[in-house]
Design a protein around this ligand. Sequence first.
Ligand SMILES: Cc1cc2nc3c(=O)[nH]c(=O)nc-3n(C[C@H](O)[C@H](O)[C@H](O)COP(=O)(O)OP(=O)(O)OC[C@H]3O[C@@H](n4cnc5c(N)ncnc54)[C@H](O)[C@@H]3O)c2cc1C
Length: 404
Amino acid sequence: MATTAQPELDFLLVGGGLGNALIALALFARRPGVKVGLVEQGRALGGNHLWCFHAGDVEEEAREFVSPLVSAQWPRYEVRFPELSRTLEEPYAAVRSERLDEVVRAAFAAQRGSRLFLECRAVHVTDRTVKLEDGRELRARHVIESRGPEALSSSERAGYQKFLGLEVKLKRPSPISHPVLMDALVPQRDGFRFLYALPFSSDRVLLEDTYFSDDKHLDRARLEQEILEYAAKSGFEVECVVREEVGILPLPTRLRHVPNPAPGGPLVAGYQGAWFHPVTGYSFPVAARLACAVARAEPDTLRERAWPRLVREQRAQLRFCLLLNKLFFGAFAPDQRRNVIERFYRLPPESVRRFYAMSLSHADRARILCGRPPRGFSLSRALSSSGGDSSPSSVRSTPGGALS
Ligand SMILES: Cc1cc2nc3c(=O)[nH]c(=O)nc-3n(C[C@H](O)[C@H](O)[C@H](O)COP(=O)(O)OP(=O)(O)OC[C@H]3O[C@@H](n4cnc5c(N)ncnc54)[C@H](O)[C@@H]3O)c2cc1C
């Protein structure tokens, strides 16, 4: 195999999914003239994905490069439980992979000296080199690898978050105008179950049947039928299904300790490097934060100083979230899990926001953990009775609810 000499780049990114796409955009925004190479085995960047996230979790600095990616955004969202219905005045957003592909391609085209290597598979990656399947060897001052969830080192898992989503076209305008993140009024089975509804426009909605379950079995035909029944009962008149999405995300209780970076190895970003939220499976806010930090760091000291600090911070948040998974699946029977989540949504909105953003304070942790099973946690009851929840969100609690 012939090795062609390539000019040295500042950064080489291996894997063109969410993690590295955000790192590339952050570098272009913050470091004019930076030379970035991105290696992706597929034809397009981002695969076939819809990434949703709480827009408030994305820090100011990241908004400049995240905003052009956003396909839809809403100012608020809602959750529904037997004893609590709550609308949180917190923005929620969605990014489609097609848009990510378009924006990142345009950014590379505009950046002299930077280059996309599409349909190129990396077969050997070190701290400064990437060998491609076709024999070429690329070099850079820094190599960052983000090859996705499959590349995450083995973990002990407690359960799974599994879902089937149908994006449907409607015959009549959607009965909702903002997302219903959890409609947990649906019959509970197979762990904690809820319907998720995302109205993209008046005639386009994503409906997702989601389970926090002990196993990864998913009966696709049954879920499809139940989503359509739910749609009919909830006032969505479906004309046709335009897209389907299936996810089975392991929810770990422990991750194998792998040095990041390993001696002589690349910096590891994305899901592969455990830059994700182990309770929700979301990774967008963490990925955006990491991208900003990489772009902000002095390239000369990124590997020795900034990166190890970021890894330490992420691991501290990870430890607590892994503990939550252990408690959720280990300490609560499947039929009690809905109560736990209902209880969580009684917390002040800033704690809910920081939970999703993975930037929990010590007080947030205490609020989440304190209390008695099976409902768990009584601290927010104390807070609410002392007038501690001065949230801008609207809360409707049926008699007997902890906010009453
Ligand atoms: C169905 C599903 C829905 C999700 N929804 C959300 C959501 O709504 N919000 C959210 O925040 N998170 C969500 N996640 C979680 C997470 O955000 C995604 O998994 C995210 O895409 C992870 O980013 P990443 O860069 O680590 O990996 P990926 O986006 O998977 O990117 C990895 C890339 O590396 C490429 N690659 C792999 N090996 C090689 C190689 N040897 N050479 C070259 N290229 C290679 C792959 O082709 C791929 O494009 C979801 C996950 C799934 C599975």
